[in-house]
Design a protein around this ligand. Structure first.
Ligand SMILES: [Zn+2]
Length: 254
């Protein structure tokens, strides 16, 4: 079952990462193309995992490498789906969590590649998750009873916290330190993990972001003023919270 889930995630993840590339390039929907020379990809390159495994990591025509960011998105989804099914088996809540992971994988690809979190991903994802959240509650398995308002409350906390951060960041560091894409992503993650788990997801995000910023400073490749992408840490914080959020909360407050 776990193997099936991982295989399915690799297929869905390949589709999601290709869709992310099309959205970033603002192309019409269609067959996947090399983002550099517009040559149609041969099917082995439709999946980043498959092309890395098969050693065909460059475009046949222009020789540009396949983007590793796509690989990150596909592996994230495979890990999420695999661990979800391994821990909780299959249920409607697990299916919802698997589905909720797809926009996260797409945003991981776009944010790593272009530091953008496209509205074309976030708005439909927020809309769908808000409706699903009211109907069935947040997308975190292992909780006996979710109630209808917890998803919305989580979204509100994510929105509020990151909105304040963007305003403060703009005051302190100027425009662009944090973007409104992060606000939308935090809102979506709040809807997905619900209240109170959104607080844990944000704490994990800031811990990851802090460690990342320190490493960046130590490597002297950036200063505190330079742009720091919070998106990937938001995605990781969300995935960890979806998988182990309850255990971490029980351990912390234990
Ligand atoms: Zn090419």
């Amino acid at each position: 079952m776990v193997i099936l889930a991982v295989l399915a995630a690799l297929v869905v993840g390949a589709g999601a990462s290709l869709a992310a590339e099309i959205i970033m390039a603002r192309r019409k929907w269609g067959f996947p193309l090399c983002p550099y020379c517009q040559e149609p990809y041969s099917p082995v390159r439709w999946s980043a995992v498959l092309s890395f495994l098969s050693g065909r990591r460059t475009c046949d025509r222009c020789g540009q490498p396949l983007r590793w960011q796509r690989l990150a998105g596909e592996l994230l989804l495979a890990a999420l789906w695999g661990v979800l099914v391994a821990r909780y088996g299959l249920s409607w809540r697990v299916a919802l969590a698997m589905l909720a992971g797809v926009p996260l994988a797409m945003v991981l690809v776009t944010d790593l590649e272009t530091r953008l979190i496209p509205n074309r991903i976030m708005f439909p994802a927020i809309g769908a998750m808000a409706v699903l959240g009211i109907l069935v509650g947040p997308a975190v398995p292992g909780v006996a009873s979710w109630t209808w308002w917890q998803s919305l409350a989580g979204g509100a906390v994510g929105l509020g916290v990151f909105w304040v951060l963007v305003v403060l960041g703009t005051l302190v560091w100027g425009e662009g330190a944090l973007g409104y894409g992060d606000v939308k992503l935090a809102t979506y993650i709040g809807l997905v993990v619900g209240f109170p788990l959104i607080i844990e997801a944000l704490v994990l995000t800031f811990m990851g972001g802090f460690i990342g910023a320190v490493l960046l400073l130590l490597s002297r490749r950036g200063s505190l003023r330079s742009f720091f992408p919070y998106g990937p840490f938001l995605v990781l914080g969300a995935a960890i919270t979806m998988l182990w959020g309850i255990e971490i909360a029980l351990w912390y407050f234990g």
